[in-house]
Design a protein around this ligand. Structure first.
Ligand SMILES: NC(=O)c1ccc[n+]([C@@H]2O[C@H](COP(=O)([O-])OP(=O)(O)OC[C@H]3O[C@@H](n4cnc5c(N)ncnc54)[C@H](OP(=O)(O)O)[C@@H]3O)[C@@H](O)[C@H]2O)c1
Length: 277
């Protein structure tokens, strides 16, 4: 996952922006944004200076972006994934993740205040993304940013971690003592999944590249198998209550399903289909 630091873009300070106190519309009316005017490679992206900022709905928060991250979903949509849905809606602003400061809040927002440091992620189908000086998210899509994290670090977490959370907590409903296999633990989603499962009291085995092994063991995985040099099926002896396959090629799918306990969950991120066996 790549991370873009936005501090160098120098958005106008909020004090220079028009404000209507007591109204939900109390912020900048336009700002810089990276637009996707047509599908293609990175060269089609355009930095525009005056992209309109919509009015805030009551439950929405305006975030002055300090850092955003680039997820696989962004590069796929840029290349044409979901063309039939997104083409009529071009130009789009890509980007799911953001870390920054609250610049304004809608009338019903209670938990966040102007000036607070926050991070969060938009829904996968949100049309106005975060590649902009001022992103709009709902109150429940944002959390206070821990002081121990920089904006760059914080912006790298939400979308990948929420993907892992949804798979493990909402689909597999992992519980303490269960056994989980994470195929591809070295990536952003896999690394998040390991930490979520360990925190839930699960026993975690993972596959990853050699350079990732020590990091994943330090995060709590009990076994990390190098997929580049080891035969996964002969090294991993036990079966699992859930398998999260972040790679999703036919070989990892076959291995993952073969290593499941009866009634376990195989989850792949390469398709919208989640199989419950
Ligand atoms: N990031 C997100 O927010 C997000 C959200 C939804 C869905 N997804 C999907 O989830 C998948 C993973 O995304 P990601 O962001 O986690 O990717 P990533 O950060 O780019 O990580 C991919 C990792 O997979 C590992 N890998 C490659 N081939 C492998 C194999 N055969 N066996 C085991 N590990 C292997 C590599 O780990 P080593 O470095 O250890 O070799 C690599 O670092 C993608 O298909 C993506 O579209 C991602």
């Amino acid at each position: 996952m790549a991370v873009l630091k936005l501090q160098s873009l120098k958005p106008r300070p909020i004090s220079e922006l028009s404000m209507k106190v007591g109204s939900i519309r109390c912020y900048v009316s336009s700002c810089r944004a990276v637009l996707l005017p047509r599908f293609g490679g990175p060269e089609v992206l355009q930095l525009r200076p005056d992209v309109p900022v919509p009015d805030l709905k009551p439950n929405e928060v305006l975030v002055r972006a300090r850092a955003v991250s680039i997820n696989p979903l962004d590069t796929r949509i840029r290349s044409g994934y979901g063309r039939s849905i997104f083409e009529p809606l071009l130009p789009l602003i890509l980007g799911r993740d953001v870390s920054g400061e609250v610049a304004a809040v809608g009338a019903s927002v209670k938990s966040l205040t102007v000036g607070q440091e926050v991070f969060g992620a938009l829904h996968p189908t949100a049309l106005r993304g975060t590649y902009t000086d001022y992103a709009i998210l709902t109150e429940d899509e944002l959390s206070p940013k821990p002081a121990s994290l920089t904006h760059v670090e914080a912006s790298a977490i939400p979308f990948a971690a929420l993907t892992a959370w949804r798979a493990l907590k909402c689909t597999a409903r992992i519980t303490e003592g269960q056994r989980l296999l994470v195929i591809g633990g070295g990536g952003a989603v896999g690394f998040s999944a390991i930490q979520i499962a360990v925190a839930a009291g699960c026993h975690v085995t993972t596959t990853c590249g050699n350079q990732s092994i020590s990091r994943l063991i330090a995060a709590g995985a009990e076994q990390a198998v190098d997929y580049t040099s080891e035969d996964i099926e002969s090294v991993i002896k036990e079966k699992f209550d859930a398998v999260l396959d972040t790679i999703g090629v036919p070989e990892t799918e076959r291995i993952g399903i073969n290593l499941l306990n009866r009634g376990g969950h195989y989850m792949t991120l390469q398709s919208s289909i989640t199989l419950s066996l």
